[in-house]
Design a protein around this ligand. Structure first.
Ligand SMILES: [Fe+2]
Length: 369
């Protein structure tokens, strides 16, 4: 059985310094000495049977035995070039997960699936992922790719778990600049052996690359700023933005991770706002204050109401504001576990000689004890 333990010297949630400062300090430590370990929306009731049948009405021995996740909404395809989108909110990390389907063929992609992690228990589990897998099976979908928008710093990706269960021929894809993120973070977490990055991601997507999803076409948009590797996926009139823009009343994501850049984030947001007014922007997270969660808004909505970047806001004002805001933000609660898993496409850190798995937390200390 896989043993999980956490060499945590300081709880990540209590770190008061900004993410950039914390990681830059960690990087400096690495260089001096070994890291101390430290469109139309609908809801539909799903079966309550303990063994779930697929859309064709048959069950198979490999069928997942958990109840299919209930989508927050089904956004039915509004035109022949735009997919049907099933949206799933993961409450613990406020993450939107998407299952995007070509209605002509039932070919699908999964975008940004979440692996559950209880930081206090040091326990990884798959309840969220199993619900999505069961949904995929129940609906009779053919998943062709698992897509990441970027190396997330606030939740663990379930990409490898999906690949294990959907088949080894289903590639895990991410933007080509993930190599830049891997080079930054691998030494921070002692992942120094290049072999550790073999057989992780299967597909490194180029800027503006296009690939087919059944009869639909998906275009890769490089949208840097939040992270350097960040991409969005445009399929017909649906754009999956990750963290390059948030809902209008939430605004924008931080740009202070290593390789992040407020200027680039502004340019990426402007690129999204320059799309046709009726395109839908499906975001990577939502943090509602006094409303239900929601996952999309139109480009027109964003132009008129984005609290950080209305069309009237000039670049300099936004960039200055973003930098000031980021300077006082604490590190994300799951920063260290997330990065150690996500730069390896969802693989856990390598086991030690006794088969144990640890997350590392780089620390600073005022004293040498
Ligand atoms: Fe992110």
């Amino acid at each position: 059985m896989l043993s999980l333990a956490c060499r945590t010297a300081l709880p990540a949630g209590r770190l008061a310094v900004s993410a950039r400062r914390q990681l830059q300090t960690a990087a400096a430590l690495v260089s001096r000495r070994p890291t101390r370990c430290s469109f139309v929306c609908s809801r539909r009731a799903l079966s309550t049977s303990p063994v779930y049948q697929n859309a064709a009405g048959s069950s198979s021995p490999g069928a997942p035995r958990v109840r299919p996740a209930e989508p927050w909404k089904r956004h039915l395809s509004p035109d022949p070039s735009t997919p049907t989108v099933f949206t799933f909110f993961e409450n613990a990390t406020s993450t939107w997960q998407y299952i995007v389907v070509d209605p002509h063929t039932s070919d699908a992609v999964v975008i940004d699936p979440v692996l559950d992690y209880d930081v206090n228990a040091g326990a990884i589990s798959t309840k969220t992922a199993d619900g999505l897998l069961s949904f995929i099976h129940h609906e009779g979908l053919h998943v062709r790719r698992i897509l990441e928008t970027h190396a997330h710093a606030d939740h663990l990706t379930a990409a490898q778990y999906f690949k294990q269960h959907l088949g080894q021929d289903v590639p895990v894809c991410i933007g080509q600049r993930i190599s830049q993120v891997q080079e930054t973070f691998a030494p921070i977490y002692g992942l120094d052996d290049p072999a550790l990055f073999e057989k992780t991601f299967d597909c490194y997507l180029k800027d503006d690359e296009q690939f087919e999803l059944g009869r639909l076409s998906c275009r890769v948009m490089h949208l840097p700023g939040h992270t350097p590797d960040h991409v969005g996926y445009m399929i017909g009139k649906a754009v999956f933005t990750g963290d390059s823009i948030f809902n209008p009343d939430v605004g924008s994501a931080r740009a202070d991770f290593p390789g992040g850049n407020a200027e680039a984030l502004y340019a990426s947001m402007q690129r999204l706002l320059s799309l046709p007014a009726d395109y839908r922007l499906f975001v990577g997270h939502d943090y509602p204050q006094d409303r239900d969660q929601t996952c999309w808004s139109t480009v027109e909505d964003q132009r008129e109401r984005n609290k950080h970047l209305k069309v009237s806001t000039d670049a300099q004002t936004f960039i200055q504001w973003r930098k000031q805001r980021d300077a006082v933000l604490g590190a994300p609660r799951l920063l260290h576990p997330s990065l150690q898993v996500n730069i390896r496409a969802g693989k856990l850190p390598p086991k030690d000689e006794k088969g144990r798995v640890f997350f590392k937390v780089p620390i600073t200390s005022e004293v040498d004890l």
